[in-house]
Design a binder for this molecule. Structure first.
Ligand code: SME
Length: 157
């Protein structure tokens, strides 16, 4: 079994733990991916504040960032909030609409989280390696996104 498949299984366990609250589960997922995937150098969950039209950082692993609140449309994350599609940026230095959180970051992937078909947040991963993310990472994070959404469904009920 490859690493990402194993991590899907571990994530399912984390998310189904009745002893933990939702926020702690997200922190555990961030730490898991940050620790186990060598090129995941920063992992975070942003959620949308539709009133303010901003994304707000909820849980993360890696260096603290100044960008805890990001307006819709700004940066890669802000773009994904609007276009509702995953985005892979192989070289952040040539992406015009980019918000730098750390000078060492070379590439980034952002995957939306849908809840009742609404784009309510996203998983953001930064790498210190150029062109670090592939289709496999996108499929992996989209699966995690669906699992988080299902868990959110339980929290909101
Ligand atoms: N680089 C992101 C901002 C978030 S940091 O990576 C933590 C962007 O351009 O939206």
């Amino acid at each position: 079994m490859n690493l990402l498949t194993k991590l899907i299984q571990k994530s399912a366990k984390i998310l189904s733990n009745p002893e933990q609250n939702f926020e702690k589960k997200l922190i555990d997922l961030c730490n898991l991916f940050h620790q186990k995937i060598s090129y995941y150098d920063w992992v975070g969950f942003y959620f949308s504040n539709f009133e303010n039209k901003t994304l707000e950082l909820n849980a993360f692993a890696g260096s603290p960032t100044d960008h805890k609140v990001i307006p819709f449309g700004k940066g890669v994350c802000g773009e994904v909030a609007i276009k509702n599609k995953s985005s892979i940026i192989p070289d952040v230095s040539i992406h015009e609409n980019y918000i730098s959180c750390n000078v060492n970051v070379k590439s980034e992937i952002v995957v939306p989280i849908f809840y009742n078909k609404l784009n309510i947040g996203q998983i953001d991963v930064d790498s210190f390696t150029f062109n670090a993310f592939t289709e496999e990472d996108m499929l992996f994070l989209e699966e995690i996104s669906k699992m988080v959404s299902k868990e959110l469904n339980k929290v909101k009920k």
